[in-house]
Design a protein around this ligand. Structure first.
Ligand code: FES
Ligand code: FES
Length: 157
């Protein structure tokens, strides 16, 4: 066992973890933060995407011990005081999800993608999200939602 200390969604957390425990399993099984999904376990689908020190990371590709000292945000940490994050709101309003399985990872990747870039083109959004797979939507409404949220996040929408 190794003791790690991390900040998760603004809360300090300390825990004893096995050295081989994946970060995604630490979040889902140890902390019961089950909004982060596991679709493939081989770093292809992006369902497990979270933010580590402000950058999007596929949490099935990282060990919990590697996150020691990090600041982590999961999908559970995006809404503030009961108000959805603009990206969550846009996905909801513009029907950017069907089954919703890919949605937490898609939203975490999209939030990181559009930071400070309100004018992304469709092609740039599609390229930026190519590490996140969706089986349901055909991606069209996802791209529309990301554009909408990018404007809102820049204070223009
Ligand atoms: S579960 Fe991590 S990329 Fe698919
Ligand atoms: S909404 Fe079903 S996998 Fe994307």
């Amino acid at each position: 066992m190794r003791t790690i200390a991390v900040t998760i969604n603004g809360k300090a957390v300390s825990a004893d973890v096995e050295p081989h425990l994946l970060l995604v399993d630490f979040l889902r099984r140890t902390l019961r933060l089950t909004g982060t999904h596991v679709g493939c376990d081989t770093s292809q689908c992006g369902a497990c995407t979270i933010h580590v020190d402000g950058r999007p990371v596929k949490s099935c590709t990282m060990l919990a011990v590697q996150a020691d000292g990090a600041e982590i945000v999961t999908i559970e940490g995006l809404a503030k005081d009961g108000t959805l994050h603009p990206m969550q709101d846009s996905f909801h309003r513009l029907h950017a999800l069907q089954c919703g399985f890919c949605t937490p990872g898609m939203i975490m990747s999209a939030v990181a993608l559009v930071q400070g870039r309100p004018d992304l083109t469709d092609a740039e959004i599609r390229e930026g999200l190519e590490g996140n797979l969706c089986r349901c939507t055909g991606y069209h409404n996802i791209v529309e939602a990301v554009k909408d949220a990018a404007r809102a996040m820049a204070g223009e929408g």
